[in-house]
Design a protein around this ligand. Sequence first.
Ligand code: NAD
Length: 409
Amino acid sequence: MQNPFQNAMAQLDKVAKITTAKNFGNEFIARLRQPDRDIRISIPVKMDDGTLKIFEGYRVQYNDALGPYKGGIRYHADTEINEVKALAFWMTLKCAVGGIPMGGGKGGVTVDPKKLSKGELERLSRGWAQRLTDVIGPRKDVPAPDVNTTPEIMAWISDEYGKITGDTSGAVITGKPLDKGGSEGRGTSTAQGGFYAFEALKKELNLPEKCKVAIQGFGNAGSNAAKIWNKAGHTIIAISDSKGGVYNPDGIDIEKLLEHKKTTSNLSNFPGSKDITNLELLATGCDLLIPAAFENEINEKNADNVKAKVILELANGPINPEADEILFKKNIPILPDIWANSGGVIVSCFEWEQNLKKEHWTEQQVFEKLKPMMEDAGKKIFQNAQENKTSLRMGAFILALERIKEKML
Ligand code: NAD
């Protein structure tokens, strides 16, 4: 497997070449090649059978020029330091593109959480907080959920931090349950932000008023996207999860599909639709393709088959660098992850702000603040891409680097 941190640095080198005219300078780029801090911890956990198991955990604090480090905690058997470093680098850029006062960080533990009991999971999460209490905090580093970490885990970490430091504001971590200081709208914010991104550039990208949409992934990001695009009058013609997908050129009823998945655990055999594979989903002729599953799903093996007019990345890193080149040559614009899925981190930032101010905003207030932020970034990204005759991804990188450079000491 490609080292994700090398991929991230290849992107940095690419943007540095495009924008020499903007004088980012070698020293600035060199500083961005290293995280501020890269912390590895060992977390001893008493297992239910009485034995002691030691887990390896991480927190990478990449860059705090714009504010406290911010980024999720991932629990996965394959999580390792290079992945966490790459994700922390991308968070630095995402927060900058989002225009929020946050830097970039990421955390993780090498563990398959499905193999732990609830008690073991709680002791592991509290252990992660204990080891890192000195370096996290509302003004230093504000973690959040990521793959396999839940609002409940955020609440345990917030509680542990409060017990040790006396700061019970909850502002040390975001993505908490609503009754523990979470924000309204957090659950749907990634998809909602993606929708605002799509609307912001719909005209510039010559998309029709009502689009035919294909979505890969039917989890939090994908299913909420399906509901949001559908409600706005667009037609979802294909959707898939890890086991395969369904296709209906006349449109899929999303609420009924959710019911069908609940009762059968599958998308297949949905009345009125044709079953398709994930590869067929990626090759569906449509106006908009939304990858909302996992990394590298669109790669050099399948990118040439993509027939969408535009792609919007709700997943993180769904298109690998080789596929990115292929799609650029095919003139398929990509609304890049560091902008298109930044709604989640922006609303996380709102949660932090509400906790600090002891406020609770309505969902309407949350989305009224989110929309102009997504639109503002979209205009700048498009302009950067046009001016430099480059992709929207590079346009977003330029915007992020400009904002970070302005504040970097
Ligand atoms: P999730 O676990 O809720 O859903 C993932 C979905 O992808 C599931 O339906 C799964 O069946 C499906 N899937 C897995 N492999 C697939 C494959 N090969 N083809 C098709 N579908 C496949 O996760 P999520 O929270 O929806 O996150 C999805 C992506 O969005 C991730 O890359 C995540 O980092 C990114 N993201 C999520 C948020 C958020 O707020 N949830 C924020 C920013 C980015």
